[in-house]
Design a protein around this ligand. Sequence first.
Ligand code: ADP
Ligand code: MG
Length: 319
Amino acid sequence: MNEFELIRTYFAREPVTRPDVALGIGDDAALLRPPPGQQLVVTTDILVSGVHFLPDVDPAALGHKALAVNLSDLAAMGAEPAWFLLNLALPEVDQAWLTRFCQGMFELAHRHGVALVGGDTSRAPQVTIAIEAHGFVPDGKALTRAGARPGDHIYVTGSLGDAGLALKYRLDKLKLTPVELNAVAECLDRPQPRLEEGLVLRDIASSAIDVSDGLVADLGHILERSGVGARVELKRLPLSVIYRAHLKDVGWDLALANGDDYELCFTVPPANLPALEKIKSRFPDMAEIGMIESGSGLRIFDADGKLYAPKAAGHDHFR
Ligand code: ADP
Ligand code: MG
């Protein structure tokens, strides 16, 4: 199978068609029509075998995750996703692998109505996947990392640390029952981007970020960009029943600093708390974990009110 057959077979028969795609895969470039009055939100993320995923990972999970991490960035901006490009480097054409990869990727694309409009395909010594996703946000309405103010309340969606539990299990450093493993593996392999939450938070939150490198690092980015500090209470961290069952062994740091959670961390000014209450019936999984303060840096307090210092600082490729 040559490069062009491969593109035709796997990528040019995508399930999502959109009226704003004037020309998709097949020409030298795609022709796209952003809606008037909206800003184009653009993001990209790279996944490298052996760095971001274990080489024997289920290709369907990989296809899902490669797109999910990009949609999560759009969610954190309060954007509505529209299109994506797929840059794929492979050591060989493994048709069974490609079929599964596309299943995982297109299933998620279909769920959120995002169209694959182009990409590039190459041979490389190891699997590398770079997706670029595009979305829209009404002019001036994007959620950024820079809007947090002292007195704002800090929230996270979902729960933290379950992907970390699954990774620890796969690295043979933690025992889990099959039922526990099933649940946490889903968090690691198929994170669900919080796109609906991002859209409604546009009018409520003062800042937002997705938790990809761990809460300490990612909330840290909000603090730095906003020029503020924060306090967070360990006992308010949203942990799953499974995490709580293993808290004694694994401690707090998988929830604070492992990353790969793809939840949203966001801040809400006091004036917008009633609006947040209103959306809680639709989105009950939003936990308040602390407060923005003046100054700088993050202070984490344990149940006795003592300062807690995490041993890990969050993911950084070049540290
Ligand atoms: P060029 O040589 O001009 O870069 P290509 O032959 O690489 O063109 O690509 C032909 C068409 O196929 C383009 O529309 C391109 O966007 C698309 N394409 C190539 N690889 C992929 C891929 N992995 N996923 C989606 N579309 C792809
Ligand atoms: Mg090309």
